[in-house]
Design a protein around this ligand. Structure first.
Ligand SMILES: O=C(O)COP(=O)(O)O
Length: 236
């Protein structure tokens, strides 16, 4: 018998939820800073800057090093060239030091086999999203991917979720967001869908409980167990 899950569509954040990407993001940022003749930044600092896309992360790193505002970095004449330099390093680093979190692949496979539509909604720019997903052979398991530059707005704007709901003809009550940060919780709340959160990702240094997701789940095996329990409860 095919498992009937309580959700027809599950949307996943990428960085810190499906894949631990922080080490190779730090490598690319530090490659860039080294070329520019700046000191490097720590892994912890990079972890805490993840969330608004790699462009914003690079801006934060430069603002800290140059002791200036993010606005000034964003508007600096030299910034486009720095971003282009970073792009080369990040494309090269993508997939080299990231890792899939435990039980992610089996969970996505099981959900897909049960007919649940699966999508990624990330703030990471599209070209890097694709490289990271391909490096971990996740692309064939996903029905749709929305990156930080796919739409005119990114998370916490709910447009990415709305796009997926429309695309798959799913009502908000039948969709679940699984993420690792306050940005993900806010995005799901803005779209009016349920949100479960993992505690091991990147939440700008804050414990995930402080964002008040509907549930905190320890890992992906718990996700399957909880969804199956919902099924048992529904059919009891
Ligand atoms: O690239 C980022 O900063 C954030 O990416 P995420 O939305 O997948 O967490």
């Amino acid at each position: 018998m095919t498992m009937a899950y309580p959700y027809d569509l599950i949307l996943f954040d990428l960085d810190g939820t499906l894949i631990g990407t922080a080490p190779e993001i730090a490598d690319a940022v530090n490659d860039t800073l080294t070329v520019l003749g700046h000191p490097t930044v720590s892994q912890q600092a990079v972890n805490d800057w993840i969330g608004h896309g790699t462009r914003e992360l690079l801006i934060q790193a430069l603002a800290q090093l140059l002791n200036t505002s993010t606005q000034q970095v964003r508007e600096a004449e030299a910034f486009p060239a720095i971003e282009a330099e970073f792009a080369q390093h990040y494309q090269r680093r993508c997939g080299t030091r990231s890792h899939l979190y435990p039980h992610v692949r089996e969970t996505l496979q099981a959900l897909r086999a049960a007919g649940v539509k699966l999508a990624v909604v990330t703030n990471k720019e599209g070209r890097y999203t694709q490289t990271v997903l391909d490096a971990h052979q996740l692309t064939p398991l996903l029905d749709h991917v929305i990156s930080g530059d796919t739409l005119p707005v990114k998370k916490p704007d709910p447009a990415g979720i709305h796009d997926c709901l429309r695309r798959f003809g799913v009502a908000p009550g039948r969709a679940l967001f699984v993420g690792d940060s306050s940005i993900d919780v806010a995005t799901a709340r803005n779209a009016g869908i349920t949100v479960w959160a993992l505690p091991y990702g990147y939440n700008m240094g804050e414990p995930i409980e402080s964002c008040q997701p509907d549930r905190v789940i320890p890992d992906f095996s718990a996700l399957t167990t909880l969804l199956s329990a919902c099924d048992t409860a529904a059919s009891a």
